[in-house]
Design a protein around this ligand. Structure first.
Ligand SMILES: Nc1ncnc2c1ncn2[C@@H]1O[C@H](COP(=O)(O)OP(=O)(O)O)[C@@H](O)[C@H]1O
Ligand SMILES: [Mg+2]
Length: 236
């Protein structure tokens, strides 16, 4: 339980903005322990998605170090990183990112394809994960035949399919009404109770507070308030 599974050390990332470069992350450091549920909050545009994408190995930092299971991934080749991503990281996007031309079952089974599992074992595993999110009966449908809340469940099932143990979740309720949003958060909480390590990006304080630890991102830096400071700001 106390093993560090993810560790970000002095990560910097800037983007070119016409002639200028804007520094979005200016030296971010923190770690995530096995089985933790942490939330990352902060105002729109403060770099939450940029940080989560780096942690999900979907992008690379300008400088700094990132460790997954104690392994320094920032020095690895793209193919080594892809392997770690496939084995160890499930990612849930705000906009679901499902493939419209594939059935729900095929969407969930897709990440397993790159691991060399047979088609029948991929489909069995996908169905099992759809069952966990309450959608086994929708497996044969296409994403546009189900509601937004259900599409987000499908994307969570897809993140579960790899059995990575770590789920990075970017504003999963951003495109949902509050009823569906609450249900998605309940599902994420249940997955954490069953042992999945969760890193949740959200600007909704209600959801951020469901986490066991909240990290605030401000001006490109992480501010981790002590429990007391957090209590004080909540009271204010
Ligand atoms: N690929 C990119 N190219 C240029 N600018 C980007 C890119 N991604 C993010 N940004 C900029 O970085 C800043 C942080 O964006 P983002 O990480 O999406 O913020 P958040 O998720 O907190 O709303 C924004 O100003 C955004 O415009
Ligand atoms: Mg974002």
């Amino acid at each position: 339980m106390n093993t560090e599974v993810l560790s970000v050390k002095n990560i910097k990332k800037s983007f070119k903005n016409g002639e200028d470069r804007s520094e979005v992350l200016r030296g971010v450091s923190f770690s995530v322990l096995d089985g933790e549920f942490i939330s990352i909050s902060g105002p729109s545009g403060c770099g939450k998605s940029t940080l989560l994408n780096l942690m999900g190995l979907l992008d690379t930092p300008d400088s700094g170090e990132y460790f997954v299971d104690g392994l320094l991934v920032t020095n690895m080749s793209a193919s080594q990183r892809a392997k770690i991503r496939g084995n160890r990281i499930g990612f849930v996007f705000q906009s679901f990112n499902l493939i419209d031309e594939m059935t729900i079952l095929e969407n969930v089974a897709l990440p397993l394809k790159y691991r060399g599992d047979s088609l029948s074992s991929r489909h069995a595993r996908a169905l099992d994960c759809l069952d966990k999110v309450g959608l086994a009966d929708k497996a044969h449908l296409f994403p546009n035949q189900v509601s937004g809340g259900q599409q987000q469940r499908v994307s969570i099932a897809r993140a579960l399919a790899g059995d990575s143990g770590i789920m990075l979740v970017d504003e999963p309720t951003g495109n949902l009404d509050s009823k569906n949003g609450d249900a998605i958060m309940q599902l994420i909480l249940d997955l954490n109770r069953q042992g999945t390590t969760i890193v949740l990006v959200t600007h909704d304080p209600r959801y951020a507070n469901m986490a066991s630890r909240t990290i605030h991102l401000k001006d490109g830096l992480v501010v981790t308030p002590s429990e007391e400071a957090q209590d004080a700001s909540e009271a204010a």
